[in-house]
Design a binder for this molecule. Sequence first.
Ligand code: SF4
Ligand code: SF4
Length: 476
Amino acid sequence: MRKDGVAASSRGIHINTGNGPTIQPIDIGHPDYIALLDPDTAFWSLVKKTELGGALTGGSLLGQYRKKRAAFLAEMEALRFGMNLSAIYFNPTERCNLNCSYCYIPEPMRREGEHMSPARLIEALGILKGYFEKHLPRGTRPQIIFHGSEPMLCRDAVFAGIEKYGDDFRFGVQTNGTLLDDEAIGFLTSRGIGIGLSLDGHLGKVADRTRKTWNGDGTFRKVSGVLEKLKGYPNHNVICTVTAGNMRTLPETVKFLHDREVPACMLNPVRCTLPGARLIKPRDKDLVGPYLAALDRTYELYEKTGRKLIVANFANVLVSIVAPAARWLMCDISPCGGGRYFLAVSAGGDLFPCSEFIGLEAFKGGNLFEGGIEDALESPAFRKVRGRKVEDIEPCSRCSVRHFCGSPCPAEAHEMNGSMQRPGAFCELYEEQVRYALRRIADGKEDAYLRDGWDAGMSTSIEIDTFENAPRGDRK
Ligand code: SF4
Ligand code: SF4
C-alpha cells in the first residue's frame, strides 16, 4: 500500500500529481451526478455533472477531505490487514447426497469421503473455543458455520456440538435443505441458529438443472417446502448460485423468495474454481442486465409491500461504499477474508484458508488436531492467500473501485486463470454493481437495499453540502 510522503518531496497539495490524493471522476450512468473517487482510501463524493470543475478546483470538498485523508487511509489499512480470525466454516463431512453441477468439493470426496463423529466434532469445537478464548476479547462469540458438502448428513454430530457450545459460538448451518425434517427445523429455529438454504430458481425446471441428487432428481420441491415452514423465522436466507442457465430468471427468483418472506438472499455468480462450474458460467457482460433487473425488482417489491428482501452480496458492496468497516462478507475486499478473518476446517480437521480451497491440497495449511490454528495461520498456504493484493493484479491496480470489489476470488483465479495474481471471473459485474450502488445513493434510495438498523453505531466522517442542489458527498 502506498504511504504518503515516503517516496517524494511533494507536499501533496494538488490532486493527481506528486503526493497529492488521486481523485478520479467516474461516470455512474446517472442523469445528473458523477462520482469522484480516491481509489486508495475508497473515499467518494457525488457531485452534479455541471459542478465538476468547481468541485475539483475549489469549494470545501477537497479541503475537508485532505484533513481526513490520513484517517481514511489508516481505516482502510486496518480493514485490509488488521483483522482477527473470528469465523470458521466447519465441514463436518466430505459427503453429500447431491451432485450439483458446480460444486467445489471434488466428486470422490462427496461420494465416499470422511464423516466426523460426534465425539470428534466436540473435540474440534473445544480446540476452537480454546483458541478464541486466547485471541479474542472476553465475551466475543465467534461464528461457526456448518458448511458443505452436506452438514445434515452429520446431523447427530452437528446438533451435539450446538447443544454443548451454544453459549460459546454463534452457529449457522448452510445446507442443501433436502434433509431438513420438522424435528431438525424445530431444533435449529428454537435455538435461533442461522439457516442458509440453496435454491437456484423459482421453478423446478430452472432450479433442478444444477441442483440434483446422484440419480438426477431435482430438489426444488423439497426446498420450497422447507421455505414454507421457515416463513416468519428471521434468521434464514437463500443462496442462489447464478449460472448461464438461470441468470435470465433472477427477477422471478427474487419475487419467489420475497413471496415466501425470505429475509435475505445471495445471488452468487458461480465460482469457477472447478472445471464443472466453468461449463455453466454466465458471460460476465450477459449477467449484468438480469442481475441489476433483479435488484430493481427487490426495490419495487419493497415499495409495494414495505417488506425488504436483502440481496446480501449486493448489500455488501453498497455497505463497502457507505461504511467500509461495516461490511460483513469478506470476498469483496483485498486481501479477502480467507485465512485472515475466517478459515475452513475439513472433516479430517485439515485447515484451509476458505472452503473454496478444500480439495486443493497445495492450500492446506495444517490440521486442527495436530499443529492447530496458530500453525496454519503462519503456513505458506495461508500467507499466500493473505498476501494477494489488488495492487499486484492487472488491471485491478489501476481500477478506481478496487476497494469495493477486491478482485475475488484467489481460488478461482488460481484454478481458472492460472495464477492468483490475476482477476477472477466477474470483473464487469463488479464495475456495474458499484455504479448501480452509487446511482442509488445519488437518488437517496440506498436504505431500501440494506437491513433495517444496518448503520446503528456508525458515525458520519464527512458530510459536505457545498454545491447547489445538495450534491451528496459523505463517508460514514
Ligand atoms: S476485478 Fe475488475 S472491478 Fe474488480 S478491482 Fe479488478 S478491475 Fe476493478
Ligand atoms: S474470495 Fe474466494 S477464497 Fe476469498 S473468501 Fe471469497 S470465496 Fe473464499
